[in-house]
Design a protein. Structure first.
Length: 279
């Protein structure tokens, strides 16, 4: 497995290798609209799904996080019952996976073997106990969204605030916003509100635009493509050409969440993880 060998490198070396892997994968990745079933895993009480750029998938089930490797095998499990309910997973950096436990106001980082990377970040210590969203950022930083001031705050790896965006609802000329997910990709931060669409900002806090696709709660940004699901299927929106592809759900399948990684498509249903491979 690619990631297991990386754990023996220094942090700097690991990040260099990770960047090289992502470059190679971005060159090879051809997200297609046709997939064939490969394997199905029974998963009790699943709630969250995420995938990283190297081909691993992560599923939250109860108080556990299950990691499936590129061989479609259940590789490892992580659990910390003291953290409470896991509310989001950001695996866009497979060397430093972010778990957010909103009820506790805690962020836990895991390494590529889903072992605890550092001590949890207690957001209450920074006056952010009411933060509803969190995601990773460049140079080992992270973002949180705070509904009190409709804003986003970015911390660097030394826990210093580097960027703060306030009153986003005023920037987009809306009475209020209720975002459900955030992700940083290629120096842009994406914030989704089902009633508004996908709001895009640069990493310095400047508002870029809003993609007015309604009804989206979860999404992925893969290079220049926005991947999201609606009731009738999975959509791939090209952020450069503004073209769109669609993959219709298989008969009888209505997933809770979907994720794409490398050449795989993952569908999380109420009782299973379904794995598909691109043709």
């Amino acid at each position: 497995m690619i990631c297991s060998g990386l754990s023996y490198l220094s942090l700097t070396g690991r990040m260099v290798v990770y960047a090289a892997i992502c470059f190679l994968l971005s060159c090879a990745m051809q997200v297609q609209a046709q997939y064939m079933p490969v394997k199905t895993w029974i998963v009790p009480r699943p709630s969250l799904l995420a995938a990283d750029p190297t081909g691993n998938a992560y599923v939250a089930t109860g108080n556990e996080l299950w990691m499936f490797n590129r061989r479609d095998t259940l590789y490892r499990k992580f659990s910390n019952i003291q953290m409470g309910r896991l509310t989001s997973i950001d695996a866009s950096n497979p060397l430093k996976i972010l778990l957010y436990f909103r009820d506790q106001g805690r962020i836990q980082f895991l390494d590529n073997n889903i072992s605890e990377f550092t001590q949890p970040v207690e957001l209450e210590a920074y006056g952010l106990e009411q933060a509803t969203l969190a995601c990773t950022s460049y140079d080992n930083g992270f973002w949180v969204y705070t509904p009190v001031n409709f804003g986003m705050v970015r911390f660097d790896q030394s826990m210093q605030i580097t960027t703060e965006i306030r009153n986003i609802h005023q920037l987009i000329n809306a009475p209020e916003i209720n975002p459900q997910m955030m992700q940083e990709s290629s120096n842009k931060i994406y914030l989704s509100d089902p009633d508004i669409g996908i709001m895009i900002f640069d990493v310095f806090g400047g508002y870029v635009k809003t993609i007015p696709v309604k009804g989206i709660t979860t999404f992925q940004v893969l290079e220049n493509r926005l991947v999201y699901m609606l009731d009738d299927g999975l959509y791939l929106y090209d952020l450069t050409t503004f073209s769109e592809e669609k993959w219709t759900w298989p008969p009888g399948v209505k997933p809770l969440q979907a994720a794409i990684t490398y050449d795989k498509l993952y569908l999380l249903t109420m009782q299973s993880l379904m794995i598909y491979k691109s043709e």
